[in-house]
Design a protein around this ligand. Structure first.
Ligand SMILES: [Zn+2]
Ligand SMILES: [Zn+2]
Length: 347
C-alpha cells in the first residue's frame, strides 16, 4: 500500500509497503476521502510536540476491507468514519474523567490518512469508529474529527455555567475552518453569533453560514467597539494578541474559550480586574473525549450541519505534496483529497 509520509519539515514522500493484516481488534480501511487540517499544516511547517514524523494526515473516512479477531461491530464493506485517537481508560487522567488528556492518547494513533489504506488500532475501533450514514458523503464524514474538537470546546463552555449552559450569544475570533465550524455549531444551537474575520472571502463565507454580525479583523475601531459585549468568546485565531483580545471582548460574567493553541512557553496578558471583579471564566480546550465524538457523529448524521462550504477544493490524493505547498502559501484553508486518477470530485 502507498502512504504519504512527512519525513522532515516541508518534506512529504510517498512510501510503499506490504498491506498489513489486522491484528486482534483492529480494522483495515481503504481511504475514500481525507481532509487537510490546521494541525497538519503546523506539523508540516515545524514538526509537532506530540506527533512523530511518519505517516501523515488524520482526518479521513473510508471502507472496511479487513477485520481482526474479535471485531463484531463492523464487517468488510462497511463505510466508516473515525477519529485518530482513543483514551486508554486506565491512566490517572482517564480515571479522573479527563479522557481527552489521557496519558496514552497519542501512543497508538491512526496516522496516514493521506494514503490508500490505513490500519485503525483496537482502542480506536472499540471507542471511536462509526458507520457512515448513506446521506453523508465521505468528505463530509471526514469532518468527524475537527467537529469533535469543536463539540468538546462547546461542552467545556457549557460546563462553565451550570445554570445557563448555552450562552445567548457568542463572539468568534477568527474565520478559518475551526472558527467557521464553531459558527456552524452555534447557528444550529440557536446562539446569536458575531464573527471577527479577515478578508472579504472569509467574511462572506461567515455570513452565508449564518453569522449575525461580521466585523473586519483589520478594522481596529469596530473590533474595539465589541469590548465587554460578549456572553461567550471563542478564540480561534492563534495569536497572543487575540488571546488578550478574547478576554477584553467578554462582558461581566462572560466565558472565554481559548481554543487555538499557542507555543507552550507563550505568556498571554489579561486584565486582572476583568477576571476577578468581572468573574470572567478563562477556559482551555484540547482534543475530545469519546462522548464528544459520539455527539459530533450524531449532529453530523442528523443533518443541518453544512460543512461543504468549508472545503476550499477537492484534489487528487496523489497531489498531496502540491496541496501542502499551497496551504503553506495560504492558498485555501482546507482541502479534500480523494483517491483515483480521474478528475477529483465530491464523494
Ligand atoms: Zn484535525
Ligand atoms: Zn488514559
Amino acid at each position: 500500500m502507498r502512504q504519504a509520509h512527512l519525513i522532515a519539515p516541508r518534506t512529504i514522500e510517498w512510501r510503499e509497503s506490504g498491506t498489513p493484516k489486522p491484528g486482534p481488534g483492529e480494522i483495515l480501511v481503504q481511504i475514500r476521502a481525507a481532509l487537510t487540517c490546521g494541525t497538519d499544516l503546523k506539523t508540516y511547517r515545524r514538526g509537532h510536540p506530540k506527533l512523530r514524523y511518519g505517516p501523515f494526515g488524520h482526518e479521513a473516512s473510508g471502507d472496511v476491507i479487513a477485520i481482526g479477531k474479535g471485531v463484531d461491530r463492523f464487517a468488510k464493506g462497511d463505510a466508516v468514519m473515525w477519529v485518530q485517537t482513543a483514551p486508554c481508560g486506565e491512566c490517572e487522567q482517564c480515571a479522573r474523567g479527563l479522557e481527552n488528556l489521557c496519558e496514552h492518547l497519542f501512543d497508538d494513533i491512526a496516522l496516514g490518512a493521506y494514503g490508500e489504506e490505513l490500519m485503525l488500532p483496537a482502542k480506536v475501533v472499540r471507542q471511536n469508529v462509526y458507520k457512515k450514514p448513506e446521506k453523508l458523503s465521505y468528505i463530509e464524514a471526514a469532518f468527524l474529527e475537527p467537529f469533535a474538537c469543536v463539540v468538546h470546546g462547546w461542552n467545556v463552555l457549557r460546563r462553565a455555567n451550570a445554570r445557563r449552559p448555552l450562552p445567548s450569544d457568542v463572539t468568534i475570533i477568527g474565520a478559518g475552518t475551526i472558527g467557521l465550524l464553531h459558527l456552524v455549531y452555534a447557528v444550529r444551537a440557536g446562539v446569536k453569533t458575531t464573527v471577527i474575520a479577515r478578508g472579504a472571502a472569509r467574511s462572506e463565507l461567515a455570513r452565508s453560514l449564518g453569522a449575525r454580525t461580521i466585523v473586519d479583523a483589520d478594522d481596529t475601531h469596530s473590533v474595539e467597539a465589541l469590548a465587554g459585549t460578549a456572553s461567550a468568546v471563542i478564540e480561534c485565531a492563534g495569536t497572543q494578541q487575540t488571546w488578550t483580545l478574547a478576554t477584553a471582548l467578554a462582558r461581566t460574567g462572560g466565558r472565554v474559550l481559548l481554543f487555538s493553541g499557542l507555543p507552550s512557553d507563550t505568556a498571554a496578558a489579561f486584565d486582572a480586574g476583568k477576571i476577578h471583579y468581572g468573574e470572567t471564566a478563562l477556559l482551555g480546550a484540547f482534543h475530545f473525549m469519546p462522548a464528544d465524538v459520539r455527539e459530533a457523529y450524531e449532529l453530523l448524521s442528523r443533518g443541518g450541519i453544512d460543512v461543504k462550504p468549508l472545503v476550499s477544493s477537492v484534489q487528487k490524493m496523489d497531489d498531496v505534496v502540491d496541496v501542502f505547498e499551497r496551504l503553506d502559501r495560504r492558498e485555501g484553508h482546507k482541502f479534500a483529497l480523494v483517491p483515483g486518477s480521474e478528475d477529483p470530485q465530491w464523494v
